[in-house]
Design a protein around this ligand. Sequence first.
Ligand code: SAH
Length: 345
Amino acid sequence: MSSSAPLAGLTLDELRDRLVALGEPPYRAKQIFQAVQQRGVLDPREMTTLPLELRERLAEEISPATELVEVQTSEDGTTKFLFGLHDGKRIESVLIPEDGRNTICVSSQVGCPIRCVFCASGVEGLIRNLDVAEIAEQVLRVRAHLGERPSHIVMMGMGEPLLNIENVIAAIRLWTDKDGLGFSPRRITVSTAGTPSKVDRLAESGLGVHIAISLHAPDDETRARLVPGSPGGRTRALVEAGARYARKTGRDVTVEYVLMAGENDAPEHADALAALTAGRHIHVNLIPLNPVSHRPDLKAPSGLAATGFLRRLQQQGVSATLRTQRGEDIAAACGQLALERALED
Ligand code: SAH
């Protein structure tokens, strides 16, 4: 831990060590931790429970990891938060109010190496991993902006969370800390296009979060075309890792499948997907493609075709639903972040 590491990335123990090193009493650590992690107060000058001198000292030494640059709200209430990072890079989070929930969609990397054909985040490849504070602060800043805690967290923003797994796990430990936001792991979803061994690593972490596997194809050939940045030949292994995760955690796993006309929406695709997922504590979430400007050739199937695909899965014993998209007018559908802004800059 560097002496100027942002507060939002520190555990209570790390913060205590840091304060002791500064010659401060250890009990201050909890006051600071709670201000940061519970209320999203990231500027030490605003930590009114601390003596003025300590506030100033901390403010001089420590800067937050992120700066809130812009907030944009779409007609359906979806709100996009744009953050600046210390190296000038940008990331985004989205807040999606729906069915009495307030879900925040969080980024884990700048850019993404997976390059799903339909996804804006992967167009420029991976730029870098986010550190713990950069991940954690997205939720804290949105919490401060809202005046209350979001109800759910999904790691479906920019990036592939399992390729930055240790920082993602550390951020989740902060969000679930009872002296922090006190999030239930059941209300946190890690979404991954996947590496089976990393899914196992997440199971071993004991966090008990929900996982979503971005499959998008039921066989290796189709998947290599639609998810080119993911190592090939692992479609089945990925679903099996998901099934192991479900067994180990006792929690159903979601498989996400973006439906694209003529790409992965044929009856044979539905049958192959059913063969992979039925009877394994896997729920399939079908998502009609939200059009993206970099691939105008890709189209969502008709409503009838999408419903037909859904029925075909259900008839084969698969638990499945068809999702509707949100935030399209500000390109803030979860998982579609940041490219447009990056191109404007
Ligand atoms: N790398 C992780 C996290 C990114 S979220 C992962 O792949 O899971 C990826 C999800 O965003 C996809 O599964 C899909 O649900 C959604 N998504 C991204 N672009 C989309 C688009 N153009 N239309 C519909 N859904 C999209």
